[in-house]
Design a protein around this ligand. Structure first.
Ligand SMILES: Cc1cc2nc3c(=O)[nH]c(=O)nc-3n(C[C@H](O)[C@H](O)[C@H](O)COP(=O)(O)OP(=O)(O)OC[C@H]3O[C@@H](n4cnc5c(N)ncnc54)[C@H](O)[C@@H]3O)c2cc1C
Length: 400
């Protein structure tokens, strides 16, 4: 095991970190930085990059020991795009300089990230996007000038950095003319407008980019190779919904079971059957997620993640519907419908009405269920591909 040694060595490293930074007297941020430097941020990250190149299953041992010692967590709910999508993308495609700049404050939560992919005319057909990035001059390391509009940008209002995919060559077919960048969300020319969701929150935004300058040093991967990098991000996004280690009966299904116990007066045979079926489905999904987690650990997020995300959306919507049916009128009461910036919290801590409304987005965000069915059909089941008439046409000649 490169750099890290075995489990004993890992325990020794945890002990050494706790001896060096007593969580009782060390500021949380300082502790998290020291934890990253000790290779205990994510044990599967490379040595020198917050990890030890170890099997990710060992992470739980570290988390448990540090939490028992009163150490602060890195609040992943708040930095879901940074940890779930930006970090794996940077690790796979970033230069050493880029990793030095971005990985540590990303992991400690000092810098939040967002994802500037979707556009009003390019969601499922992401490769058709129109936001342009044009080099300012002929020098190979000249800045890029970005113009366009993005939409549904989760956390844009809080993010310091964004993952951006932009068109750098409109004269070639759509997948080939894209390049991937990191953008400073504080750069001049970026305007963020909140969008209100069905839950009342403004979790996502429209983002307008007008002559935004992006240094070439912020380019991820080669010019024109943005689609491959984007695919890496999207695969990590899909598994993000499903691959976390969850205890049996936890999450939304746990909330319904709790409601079932608390409201014996609402029970019917029909609701009981639905609960039992969904409990079994949730357990199957949990075990499948554990398997997927192992695949990711082996560096293969794979198309199976699409099947898991598809099922997650179906299940979450069915579970939140059952919860409302079980709670009757009480379940529909929604305490706060003021427009507000979201505080990203685990779903279990929210109200049933919020869970129901928020679950409607599950079959859209991170790839719609229809698109995921296409992926499963083509890449898992090997069924004939959807006709793609625009595959060999220059993007500039496509009808829009
Ligand atoms: C809560 C939430 C958060 C989001 N956060 C972000 C974010 O942070 N960053 C970001 O970039 N985007 C984000 N998105 C956007 C999301 O990725 C897109 O909404 C999604 O990809 C769908 O694109 P669209 O909305 O343009 O719908 P469209 O692509 O226009 O699709 C409309 C309908 O047509 C169906 N459809 C389209 N093409 C096909 C096809 N070939 N076969 C079968 N059916 C098809 C779709 O499945 C859908 O039902 C978020 C969305 C939500 C709901």
């Amino acid at each position: 095991m490169p750099g890290g040694g075995g489990v004993t060595d890992l325990s020794a490293r945890v002990d050494a970190l706790l001896a060096q930074c007593d969580p009782a007297t060390t500021a949380p941020q300082e502790f998290l930085r020291a934890r990253f430097d000790a290779g205990l941020a994510r044990v599967d990250y490379p040595v020198g990059r917050g990890g030890l190149g170890l099997d990710p299953v060992l992470q739980e041992t570290v988390d448990r020991a540090l939490s028992a010692a009163g150490a602060p967590g890195n609040d992943p709910d708040n930095n879901v795009i940074g940890l779930g999508m930006a970090a794996p993308t940077l690790l796979a495609f970033g230069t050493p300089e880029q990793l030095d700049r971005w990985l540590r404050p990303l992991w400690t939560g000092e810098e939040l990230w967002c994802q500037l992919f979707s556009e009003p005319g390019a969601g499922s057909d992401l490769a058709g996007l129109a936001t342009s990035a044009v080099r300012d001059g002929d020098a190979p390391d000249a800045d890029w000038v970005v113009n366009g509009q993005k939409v549904w940008t989760t956390l844009a209002h809080q993010a310091r950095w964004a993952l951006l995919v932009a068109r750098t060559d409109p004269t070639v077919p759509k997948h080939r003319g894209l390049t991937y960048f990191v953008v400073d969300m504080q750069a001049p020319g970026i305007e963020i407008r909140p969008l209100r969701q069905i839950t009342g929150e403004t979790e996502f935004n429209e983002v307008f980019l007008t002559d935004v300058r992006v240094p070439d040093a912020y380019r991820i991967g080669a010019v024109g190779a943005g689609w491959a990098v984007t695919q890496g991000t999207l695969m990590n996004e899909r598994v993000q919904y499903t691959s976390g280690p969850a205890p049996r009966g936890s999450g939304p299904i746990g909330c319904v079971v709790e409601a079932w116990r608390a409201h014996p007066e609402q029970r019917t045979a029909g609701l009981q059957t639905r609960l039992l079926e969904l409990w079994v489905d949730a357990e199957v999904a949990r075990l499948a997620a554990a398997r997927l987690g192992q695949q990711i650990a082996a560096g293969q997020p794979g198309p199976e993640g699409s099947a898991a995300k598809l099922e997650y959306a179906r299940l979450n919507q069915a579970i939140s519907s059952l919860e409302l049916d079980l709670l009757g009128d009480d379940g529909l009461r929604y305490a706060d419908y003021t427009t507000r910036m979201p505080v990203m919290e685990p779903e279990e801590t929210k109200e049933p009405g919020w869970r129901y409304l928020r679950s409607r987005a599950n079959s859209i965000e991170g790839g719609t269920s229809e698109i995921l069915r296409n992926i499963v059909a083509e890449r898992v089941l090997g069924l004939p591909a959807e006709p793609r008439a625009d595959k060999n046409t220059a993007w500039k000649d496509l009808p829009r």
